[in-house]
Design a protein around this ligand. Sequence first.
Ligand code: SF4
Length: 266
Amino acid sequence: MDFKAEKPKKRLFIELISGSYVAMLLTFGVVWYIAWPGLNNINEYLPYMFAIVLCAMLFLMGFGIVGMVFGILGWPLPAIFKRQTYSLLNMLFYVVLASGKLLGIKRRKIESSFVAVSNAIVANRHIKVPADRLLVVTPHCLQLATCPHKITRDPNNCKRCGGCNIGDLVTMAEEMGFHFFVVTGGTLARQMVRDIRPKAVVAIACERDLTSGIQDVYPLPTMGIMNIRPNGPCFNTKVNVAEFRRVIEEIIDLPESGKSDQKKEN
Ligand code: SF4
């Protein structure tokens, strides 16, 4: 049986970031206006220099927002802009979180919107990596709680009985050749990244862990797949295997694609 995760709204993140932008625009204007006499007393050019710094910050943020919208819509952007948009998304997450808190929006909603926007930006980069440079990590709660097999040391200990989705993922890893690990927490996931040195990561987890994971491994491009929690959080969770396969097939540079590694944007 295939499960489907709730579809997060990318629009929420964009609305919050745009609202934060307007608030920053006004704040910077007021700060500049208040600081102007003092700066002018020190040096007549200082107010202008200060204005240039503030405008540069606003330009960078505005540029990031436009890049995010382009990423969501799947419109083409030059490679350099794609990377910068991804950087700005990670940098501005906390600004958005603070705005959301002020408006009483649940952190969970903002995190799932962040993951959706991040995925759209990564997908818009059309990254292709060899299977052996792709790391897939999933939390321990995807394993059936009553399963006696120890899969955190080696997922191949899974007997593929069909009791949970781990068996599907182990089979796919074997077929396609990507690295697959079941981790007990962020520390182990980070260790895997250090050991394997992947070029891209696909993570299955809840919105909270995906958000922190994406930021932890930044600037590595990471696709986050939301787990499904029919039994509540952290217990016998599921993943939409069809969605997982689609994401993996988009990232892995399959031999039959015939594309050269040199042409890849990374
Ligand atoms: S599929 Fe693997 S991990 Fe899941 S219950 Fe069966 S043996 Fe255990």
